[in-house]
Design a protein around this ligand. Structure first.
Ligand code: GDP
Ligand code: MG
Length: 693
């Protein structure tokens, strides 16, 4: 592939709900442009951009993937972005490396939530957008209906730039409303001709809407338009281009990806109407040390800055880093600074990627996208730059994982491999985290949802770690509610030297004060050197709980009396005495179980507030308040026991059909209601009995 100047590059992402045909569209564009000579299918895993084995097994896209298309001396880097809701991290990283988003939606029905989310994220970034209405060849295709739905949702920025010719089985081409020409036929055998007579009227009508939108992009043009003057072809193109750049005009296009209809005109439009990387303006970031604002010109002559937007760690392919050069040139063999991590990296060979295929190149220029292998310390979200001109590029917030499960290694061998495998998976997947919960002893994995974590488990397997997924345990705790006192006496006579330790303790609540041990021994009832042993015994015993095996917190122990034996007393004997004293006294001190309570913030469409609130109330939640959070959105704040939140990511998605998001973190502990405490105690008993057999 030849090297293109920055103005001859377009970086375009395909976004939208799962199953709308993004991967098929990337395939059709590759085929139409001659980059591939056979069209693969996402249904059987043969599509260029679905090359990961999990993608092929599940028939869904999981990773962003590249499909560079050369068209009329322009290179279009088509980025195929997964639509499944679990992979919103991919959506966010893809948005940071493209100059325009094509939002794909089918001609049947209204755009779904994957479309909405991508739209909102693109709009937040003020990214130029277009809508591609796909599957025009399928039954019930209704272009006008989709346009209407888009207009009622997003207003007059929605501007049809094409009309379909025919519909469902009769669909055969598109009318381009700028050129006022028809493009009929599929693949490369598309003919440009006069608009068929039966489409003329409709085309005229839609063209007027389009011209109005185009005029609004430019002051001079709007004046002309309002005066009733005709806009020339070039003026319309200019106005549209400016409107698209500013996000004020969102052109709507249509076609069929699998029938390969409408592709040539789509490519023409991307080349002529969509912005090139210089039109987005300067590249912004910060100095890694001083934090001062830095910026670079989007040009080859500026110092290098490149954003790594995807890292793939594969046991067979090794580590691959996909990067977008924002400024300067990234050359094979160069030494660059990973400014995010403060490390120098040596670049090996740089490539252009098309799906899993790589093509050598010696340099990747400003505005273009490339791949390199074998970087030691670089991963998604990092900035690579000229060591003499350090910059950390602004990167999108990828959001925090919201769904947790725990994993258990199947065998000892798996256990040894689990740690490194988790590390490897985390390197390539910024939406995935893991940690060991010191309270429950579980290895907790967190991600965007069940599908995401299911894929993580498959990847762990590839790295040699077979694991079972189990529900995350709630880190309950126990405490006491009243004063009690009693003795712990350890006496044993075995053969030679005996063991003797004896202490009296008082136990009382110490809410919020942690565990406290008070030495109130007077007159040497217990020799000085053995008093810490009593404390040690109590500390050991508290780990095993009173009621249900959970650590006991927030209580005070006063050791006020005891006795000893000149020969038989030892540290070990007083540790035992401490344990016995705890086990004797704690049950009398009104023990209760505490549960973690989370502060929860849920962001939802206003209309769903009632449903979300009643669900949370059913989860023993307390509503703290609501705030308006932008047009039509509400932020609901509540406190909810963690035990009820384990599957909230899934519940909220189903209640709000994917439109709600939330954040939750443990805030404090509260007493578990009695009926639930009984269940916890019964479960603990069952587990202990099972463990004894
Ligand atoms: N009839 C028809 N089916 C399509 C079209 N585009 C995609 N499909 C089918 O829709 C399904 C999902 O397509 P895919 O490209 O994987 O969607 P993605 O999830 O958006 O990447 C597959 O079964 C495709 O064959 C189209 O234009 N017409
Ligand atoms: Mg796909």
């Amino acid at each position: 592939m030849k090297t293109y100047g920055i103005k001859a590059i377009r970086n375009v992402g395909l976004f939208g709900h799962q199953g709308v045909g993004k991967t098929s569209l990337a395939e059709a564009l590759l085929f139409t442009s001659g980059a591939i000579d056979r069209m693969g299918r996402s249904d059987d895993g043969s599509a260029t951009t679905d090359f990961d084995s999990e993608e092929q097994r599940r028939h869904i896209s999981i990773n962003v993937a590249l499909a560079p298309v050369e068209w009329h001396d322009t290179k279009i880097n088509v980025v195929d972005v997964p639509g499944y809701l679990d992979f919103q991290g991919e959506v966010r990283s893809a948005l940071s490396v493209v100059e325009a988003a094509i939002l794909v939606t089918p001609a049947q029905g209204e755009p779904e939530v994957g479309f909405e989310i991508a739209w909102d994220l693109a709009a937040e970034r003020n990214l130029p957008r277009a809508v591609f209405v796909n599957k025009m060849d399928r039954e019930n295709a209704d272009y006008a209906n989709v346009v209407q739905a888009l207009r009622s949702r997003y207003g007059n920025s929605i501007a049809p730039l094409q009309l379909p010719i025919g519909s469902a089985e009769s669909f055969k081409g598109v009318v381009d409303l700028v050129e006022m020409k028809a493009f009929i036929g599929s693949g490369k055998s598309v003919e440009c001709m006069e608009i068929p007579a039966d489409c003329q009227n409709e085309a005229q009508r839609y063209r007027e809407l389009l011209i109005e939108s185009a005029a609004e992009g430019d002051d001079e043009l709007i004046e002309k338009f309002l005066n009733g003057d005709e806009l020339s072809h070039d003026e319309i193109v200019r106005g549209l281009h400016a409107g698209i750049d500013a996000g004020k005009v969102v052109p709507v296009l249509c076609g069929s990806a699998t029938k390969d209809i409408g592709m040539t005109d789509l490519l023409d439009i991307v080349v002529h109407e969509f912005p090139n990387p210089t039109e987005i303006g300067k590249v912004h970031g910060k100095h890694p040390q001083s934090g001062a604002e830095e910026s670079r010109d989007a040009s080859d002559s500026a110092p290098l800055s490149a954003l790594v937007f995807k890292t793939i760690a594969d046991p067979f392919l090794g580590t691959l880093n996909y990067f977008r050069v924002m400024s300067g040139v990234l050359k094979s063999g160069a030494t660059v600074l990973n400014a995010t991590r403060g490390r120098e990296e040596r670049i090996g060979q740089v490539y252009y990627a098309r799906g899993k295929n790589q093509e050598n190149t010696n340099e990747v220029h400003a505005g273009d996208i490339g791949v390199t292998a074998k970087l030691a310390d670089t991963r998604t979200g990092d900035t690579l730059c000229d060591p003499a001109r350090p910059i950390v590029l602004d990167t999108p917030d990828l959001g925090d994982p919201i769904f947790e499960q725990a994993v258990v290694a199947k065998t000892k061998v798996d256990e040894d491999k689990m740690g490194p495998a988790l590390q490897r998976v985390a390197v390539s997947d910024p939406a995935f985290r893991f940690h060991r919960d010191p309270e429950t002893g579980q290895t907790v994995i967190s991600g965007a949802g069940e599908t995401h974590l299911g894929i993580v488990v498959e990847r762990l397997k590839k790295f040699g770690a077979n694991v079972d997924v189990v529900e995350r345990k709630v880190p309950y705790r126990e405490t006491v509610t009243q004063k009690a006192e009693g003795q712990g006496r350890h006496k044993k006579q075995t053969g030679g030297r005996g063991q003797f330790g004896d202490c009296w303790i008082r136990m009382e609540p110490n809410r919020g004060g942690g565990f406290e041990f008070v030495d109130a021994i007077v007159g040497g009832a217990i020799p000085r050197q053995f008093i810490p042993a009593v404390e040690k015994g109590i500390r050991q015993a508290l780990e095993n709980g009173i009621l249900a095996g959970y650590p006991v917190v927030d209580f005070k122990v006063t050791c006020y009396d005891g006795s000893y034996h000149d020969v038989d007393s030892s540290e070990a004997a007083f540790v035992m005495a401490g344990i016995l004293a705890f086990n004797n006294v704690a049950p009398k001190a009104g023990p209760i179980i505490l549960e973690p309570i989370m502060n929860v913030e849920v962001l939802i469409p206003e209309s769903m507030l009632g449903d979300v609130m009643s669900d949370l109330t059913g989860k023993r939640g307390r509503i703290v308040g609501t705030d308006s959070a932008g047009p039509g959105k509400t932020m609901l704040r509540a406190t909810v026991p963690q035990a009820e939140m384990l599957r909230y990511a899934i519940d909220l998605r189903s209640i709000t059909r994917g439109r709600g998001t939330f954040r939750a973190e443990v805030d404090h502990y509260e007493e578990v209601p009695a009926h639930i405490a009984q269940t916890i105690i019964a479960n603990h008993k069952k587990e202990r009995e099972a463990g004894e057999h």
